[in-house]
Design a protein around this ligand. Structure first.
Ligand SMILES: Nc1ncnc2c1ncn2[C@@H]1O[C@H](COP(=O)(O)OP(=O)(O)O)[C@@H](O)[C@H]1O
Ligand SMILES: [Mg+2]
Length: 220
């Protein structure tokens, strides 16, 4: 019997722009189903190819990330025909929510997150959507989720964008603690990647910022 015939639905977690996430159980295991639904505006054949290839890519990156020791949900099953990933359900809160509390372990958690990101980058993988809502916290440890925009690259640009996106996200939602959180993130990152690499990334972030300012000026 196919896995999908044995699933019990426990309700929708999120209806995203690209995928619908549900909590499901299979033989007593609590899982998350991330299913990419057809887009009516795409040609059906192309649409199916896009959904299958993105599903496969996301699952591959997650398997690779776990191989190199980056905490992320374990992939249990990939249903290519249904464009769905079945992964371990992570019980916990997301980092965006946690940033709103003055949780005493917050600095330590963000430091660990920096180390996780550096491990991912060390394997030439960038996350692509590295924002606080894509980090779940369980047992005081960060777990990365949402690898839908991830990819493989040796270019420092993609890695700098990961840190830049995180900073922008935290500055927008929690400006008072953004600086302190970035210090922790970078310190954890440096513990794995080394200080020369961190300096290279910081220089590239400064460049990305000045490019963004330039684009803004052009637009006005
Ligand atoms: N493995 C998981 N365990 C628990 N919750 C999850 C898991 N994966 C996703 N979620 C929840 O579903 C939300 C959306 O998932 P995500 O992969 O980030 O999709 P999207 O691309 O729509 O942002 C997450 O913010 C999180 O709350
Ligand atoms: Mg997300």
């Amino acid at each position: 019997m196919a896995l999908r015939d044995e699933l019990r639905d426990h309700g929708v977690l999120k209806i995203g722009a690209e995928a619908v996430l549900r909590r499901v159980s299979w033989r007593g295991l609590m899982l998350v189903e991330k299913k990419r639904l057809p887009k009516p505006y795409r040609h059906p054949q192309l649409d199916s190819e896009v959904r299958v290839s993105r599903t496969l890519k996301e699952a591959r990156v997650m398997i690779r990330a776990k191989e190199v020791g980056v905490r992320c949900p374990a992939i249990i099953h990939v249903d290519l025909e249904g464009a769905a990933i079945y992964m371990q359900f992570i019980e916990g809160v997301d980092l965006r929510e946690l940033l709103s509390t003055s949780h005493p372990r917050l600095p330590d958690i963000v430091w660990r997150l920096g180390a996780l990101l550096a491990k991912l980058h060390g394997a030439d993988i960038y996350h692509g959507d590295f924002v606080p809502s894509n980090v779940l916290i369980t047992g005081g440890e960060p777990v990365l989720i949402d690898f839908g925009l991830s990819g493989s690259s040796t270019d420092i640009e993609e890695q700098a964008v990961d840190l830049h996106l995180f900073e922008r996200g935290v500055s927008a939602s929690h400006p008072a603690i953004a600086q302190g959180m970035m210090k922790e993130l970078k310190s954890g990152y440096e513990s794995v990647a080394g200080s020369a690499r961190l300096r290279g990334i910081e220089a590239r972030i400064a460049e990305i910022r000045s490019r963004a300012r330039y684009v803004k000026r052009e637009a006005t």
